[in-house]
Design a protein around this ligand. Structure first.
Ligand code: 13P
Ligand code: SF4
Length: 360
């Protein structure tokens, strides 16, 4: 099994979590009502990731938008008739929406919402890496810039990484994988493919601790352990289910266990609670013995999305995603290859999770 390469990747500056001024329930209701009117007036629809604040996820669903993982977010833009897509998530999600829907306006609450994986993989460094390995097929995770996607053969998300690499491995192809070394290592272990791994990591999932998880599991023998594959090996190895955000939500719905220990961003609890209110959800530990904070797993870039800056984005028509047309056209090819592969194999789709039924 290969070790991640020793490429000198940039040191990622992790921002602190933004703190939004608290809103009274009345203020929040008024703000939501104003955003609803703006969405209508601007012919805009919300597309939100499961890691964003529950208020944003709720608003997306109440207004005919969509809450999903990165694969389904990519698909939704083309399915919606709206001329403006407002992407609540991180920048690569907005860029993917623009690449697939160049005729639409794509807004985000804050373009500074990036991702440690994206930042660890600059296009010039990745391009040089790729040029050194012309005999490898370049498979990049969706959590990369448009410029990196433009230099790749395949884009994958965590929902589809295993079947794509299995398919390439069956053809005898060697894989150049970027940027998440943990996801890459997991895919390599499951498929047996020969893979060169970029040494990037998700700063959120890398914090989960194998030792503390083992202790927690002993305290909750009835709990199933659900792990996103951006986590380190010692955490993945204790999982009952390893999967994308949608696959983990599905596990909560379908498994008979009354309790679940969840190793991914805490934003996902909103959807899990909504679809399975009777199940007990426990955050996997991100801190070792004696720490005061048991689980601090929340992506600081996802946290840059809030009702307040969403309203501003709709009022100002900015910030908007722009991508150089040549990069956009080239980046579309590996993304489209992933979407075609998913369609042909029936992977994902809007019916992967039931739609929540409003209480009462
Ligand atoms: P999913 O594709 O599973 O939603 O993951 C996206 C992500 O950024 C996880 O950290
Ligand atoms: Fe990137 Fe990790 Fe945040 Fe996902 S949780 S967007 S991989 S930093």
């Amino acid at each position: 099994m290969s070790d991640p390469l020793t490429i000198a990747i940039p040191q990622v500056q992790v921002p602190s979590h933004p703190s939004w001024p608290p809103l009274t329930p009345a203020e929040q209701g008024e703000l939501k009502a104003r955003i609803k009117s703006l969405l209508e007036a601007r012919d805009a629809v919300l597309v939100a990731h499961y890691y964003t604040d529950g208020d944003l996820q709720e608003l997306a669903e109440e207004t005919g938008g969509y809450v999903a993982d990165s694969l389904e977010m990519a698909r939704f833009g083309s399915e919606s008739p709206a001329s403006t897509l407002v992407v609540c998530g991180v920048r690569f999600m907005g860029e993917t929406a623009k690449i697939l829907n160049p005729e639409k306006r794509v807004l985000m609450p804050d373009l500074a919402a990036t991702c440690s994986l994206d930042e660890s993989c600059p296009a010039d460094l990745f391009g040089a890496f790729r040029d050194q390995h012309p005999d490898h097929v370049a498979v990049v995770y969706a959590n990369t810039s448009a410029a990196v996607k433009a230099r790749s053969d395949w884009v994958v998300t965590s929902s589809i990484a295993l079947p794509v690499v299995e398919y390439l491995h069956a053809q005898g192809r060697k894989i150049l994988w970027a940027p998440d070394k943990h996801l890459g290592h997991y895919v390599e272990r499951v498929t047996g493919a020969e893979m060169l791994l970029w040494p990037g990591a998700c700063v959120v999932h890398e914090e989960f601790k194998g030792f503390a998880l083992d202790r927690l599991r002993r305290l909750h023998p009835q709990a199933a352990v659900l792990v996103h594959p951006e986590s380190p090996d010692e955490v993945v190895d204790q999982a009952d289910v390893v999967g994308s955000t949608t696959q983990l939500i599905k596990a909560v719905l379908e498994m008979p266990n009354p309790e679940f220990i969840v190793a991914t961003d805490e934003g996902i609890f909103w959807k899990m609670h909504q679809l399975a209110p009777d199940k007990k959800l426990i955050a996997a530990p991100t801190a070792g013995v004696g720490a005061t904070c048991e689980s601090c797993a929340h992506c600081p870039w996802m946290a840059m999305n809030a009702l307040q800056n969403l309203e501003q984005a709709l009022l100002r028509g900015a910030p908007e995603i722009y991508i150089d047309p040549a990069i956009r056209a080239r980046a579309r090819l590996p993304i489209q290859r992933m979407l075609d592969f998913a369609r042909e194999r029936g992977i994902g789709g809007r019916k992967s999770l039931p739609v929540a039924v409003a209480p009462g």
